[in-house]
Write a protein that binds this ligand. Sequence first.
Ligand code: ZN
Ligand code: ZN
Length: 356
Amino acid sequence: MSMRAVTFLGDRAMAFVEAPKPQPGPGEVLIEIQAAGICGSDLGFLYRPSAEETAAAPSAYDQWTPSVAGVIPGHEPAGMIVEVGPGVSHLQVGDRVACYHITGCNECRACRSGWMLHCPTYRSYGWQRDGAFADFMVADAKSCIKLPEGVSSVEGAYCACGAGTAYQATKRGAPAGGETAALFGLGGVGLAGVIFAKAAGARVIAVDPIPLRRELATALGADVALDPAAGDAVAAIYELTHGEGADLTIDYSGSSPGRLAALDSARVWGRSVFVGERNLTTIDPSPQILHKQLTLHGSWVCSWPVMDELIQRLAREALPLERAVTHRLPFDQIEAAFRIADSGECGKVVITRDAG
Ligand SMILES: [Zn+2]
Ligand SMILES: [Zn+2]
């Protein structure tokens, strides 16, 4: 039995390949993929690099653990369990699940706290082990989170990395009711961040140069949306806060201007969170951090329990996560989906199951 999977060829080219349909081993399940999100890191590390870079380092993503060549990409998996391996008792065929996208040894302290991300032997779906851009995926039963009624596979996939990352960053920044939170970068992660900061009761100022993303942020609850290309966003944030600056600023962009604006628009005794990946940024610590008594957090992905908490909240509360998903394309149109995600003229883009 074979299945379809996707491989990246470099220079924004990709192809379908036939791969053997995997079999679940002990402690594993086989998932029929129903939704697989496209994450910014897929674009930056897999889709955009040149053919030479792709050939030399099929996944240049990881500075921490060398990635394995030939891995099926896709690290936001959700679907239905169609086979259960030996020793799995809490999951059954027919269960709908999303997968926390990092697996570990399950024994070390990082794993036992649910932060498999910091396991010395961590392996992520789509980077170090086969992922979700395929018809089927084998997952560790321990990484599966059952989707409650009312939580869609698309939402589950979104939580596996993008929305989970924003949820954790929001927890780190801990906006309180009545505070002002300024968020920089409104891609799939930043838009989810707007929803969570708003749900915490903050006044949200959302910043992004792309008009469609500002419109989406406003539709998702942002109180003010600023175009950093049209004027000084930092000055505008001071104006909106009686000259004090924002209580909390979060950079979801990963760009140097976004990070610097996050530092500069935070108030004295404020908090900043850096979430967006890559790029070098030169900081002048005295004026930008020390003299304003700033608390600066780094926030990387989330833990298994935090992803679980988010999914349970989605079942209970009317968080408009589904509305941040602007494009749902069937698997056979994954190439078009990547082109849309790459253009930036979108919110979250999610691949869904097609007839095959
Ligand atoms: Zn991701
Ligand atoms: Zn471990």
